[in-house]
Design a protein around this ligand. Structure first.
Ligand SMILES: [Zn+2]
Length: 261
C-alpha cells in the first residue's frame, strides 16, 4: 500500500498511488511541478519530501476526484477553472470506487487559474473528457502529460457526467494537435497518461501506448461517429451517465453513451 516512486527522466519522477493513479513530479529551475494529486489516504507531501525540498506547484490536468484528492496539502494549485463545478461536486463524491472520505481537498476558492506556461512547460487545452482538461508539454524531455484527456491506453472516458459531446471533443483534439505540432511534438515523443499500466488492457493491441498518432486516430474516430459510419459498439460496465459502450478505430479507443453523438 502507499506510494511507489520511480525516476522517469533525470529531473522527473513517476509517483503511483494506492489506486495506480499516475502522478508526475518535474524539477525545473529550483521549482518542482506536481502533475495531479491522486486519491491516496496517505500524505503525498511526505512522499514528495523524500524526492525534493523544492517548493511545489500543483498543475491539475482536470478536476476528477482521482486527480484532486490530496490538493489540500499544497499551497499553489492551478487548474482550468472551467472544471471548477466538477471540482466542487467531486469533493463530496460517493460513487463506485470513488469516495471523498479521508481525502484532503483544497478550498475551491483558493484554486488558481492555469497559466499558459510554467518555466518551459507548455499548457495546452484539450476539452472533452471534461470541459477544462489540459495536457502539459515538456520540451526538455520530449514528454507530454495527458491526464485523462485521451485515456491511458485502453480508452478515453466520454461516458461520464460533464463530458462534452463528440463534436466538441473533436474540436479540442484538432486544436491540441495543431499546438503540439507547432511545438515540434512528433511520434517519437513519450506520452504519459493519468493512470498507470492501462495500456496493457487495450482491446486493440497490448501494450497500446499513447502517441501523437493515437490523438490523430481519435479525431478519425470522432469523425466516424459524427458521420454515423459503421462502428462496433460493445456494452461495458463503468460509472456512466447513460448506457456506456466501448468502440475503437485504429489505435483510438473510447467509452461513450450514444446520446453524446
Ligand atoms: Zn478523469
Amino acid at each position: 500500500m502507499g506510494y511507489k516512486t520511480e525516476k522517469l527522466y533525470e529531473d522527473t519522477y513517476l509517483i503511483r498511488d494506492d489506486a495506480d493513479e499516475a502522478l508526475y513530479l518535474i524539477e525545473r529551475n529550483h521549482k518542482a511541478y506536481l502533475i495531479d494529486t491522486g486519491m491516496d489516504h496517505d500524505s503525498l507531501q511526505e512522499e514528495i519530501k523524500k524526492i525534493t525540498n523544492l517548493p511545489v506547484t500543483v498543475l491539475l490536468t482536470h478536476a476528477h476526484i482521482d486527480h484532486i484528492g490530496r490538493t489540500g496539502e499544497f499551497n499553489d494549485v492551478f487548474m482550468d477553472l472551467k472544471d471548477l463545478e466538477i471540482y466542487k461536486k467531486h469533493m463530496h463524491m460517493n460513487e463506485g470506487n470513488f469516495h471523498s472520505d479521508g481525502l484532503c481537498f483544497k478550498d475551491p476558492a483558493e484554486i488558481k487559474p492555469i497559466k499558459d506556461t510554467y518555466d518551459d512547460l507548455q499548457i495546452i487545452p484539450l476539452q472533452g473528457h471534461t470541459p477544462g482538461s489540459i495536457i502539459i508539454v515538456d520540451p526538455q524531455n520530449k514528454a507530454v502529460y495527458t491526464g485523462d484527456a485521451i485515456g491511458s491506453g485502453c480508452g478515453v472516458w466520454m461516458q461520464i457526467a460533464h463530458a462534452l459531446t463528440i463534436a466538441e471533443y473533436k474540436e479540442g483534439l484538432e486544436t491540441a494537435v495543431k499546438k503540439l505540432e507547432e511545438l515540434g511534438v512528433d511520434n517519437s515523443w513519450k506520452f504519459h497518461g493519468g493512470h498507470y499500466g492501462q495500456e496493457n488492457y487495450s482491446q486493440v493491441q497490448r501494450p497500446n501506448p499513447l502517441t501523437l498518432q493515437l490523438i490523430k486516430d481519435m479525431i478519425e474516430l470522432c469523425d466516424r461517429l459524427l458521420h454515423h459510419e459503421k462502428q462496433e459498439f460493445t456494452e461495458v460496465n463503468f460509472i456512466s451517465d447513460g448506457i456506456p459502450y466501448y468502440t475503437s478505430w485504429k489505435t483510438a479507443e473510447m467509452i461513450l453513451t450514444k446520446e453524446r453523438i
